[in-house]
Design a protein around this ligand. Sequence first.
Ligand code: NI
Length: 141
Amino acid sequence: MSYAPIALSTAFASFDTLWSPHVVTRVNDYDVRVAKVEGDHIWHVHTDTDEFFLVLDGELHIALRDGAGEHSVRLPRGSVFTVPRGTEHRPSAPSGASILLFEPTGTSSVGDRHGDVPDHVDATTGRALPSGADHDGAPST
Ligand code: NI
């Protein structure tokens, strides 16, 4: 157990991979994850959990599909949005964005149902921050 705070700027500086959520801390059985994103993610569904998004920088778009058809939400910096469980969604960021996600530990970044995962999307339940970036110190190289 560490009492050291985590600087999000340090966390973001510690990795470059796009669409690759990194776990910065846990709250009970939830992860707080951060990700750098640009271009399109893939259509996917989280059958059993909602998924919370906070846009820290840039602008995130989320396309949604439900029984009523297809919708799109635009989330400028500072916006929050929750994708309801069971709703097909595809995040995208034409000009890039930095986002924070809050979802149960073990939640897959590509959901429970999805098509082929392209190389630019990391299918993960959340990467660990590199050692040194998981507290408020200089990131390791
Ligand atoms: Ni999702």
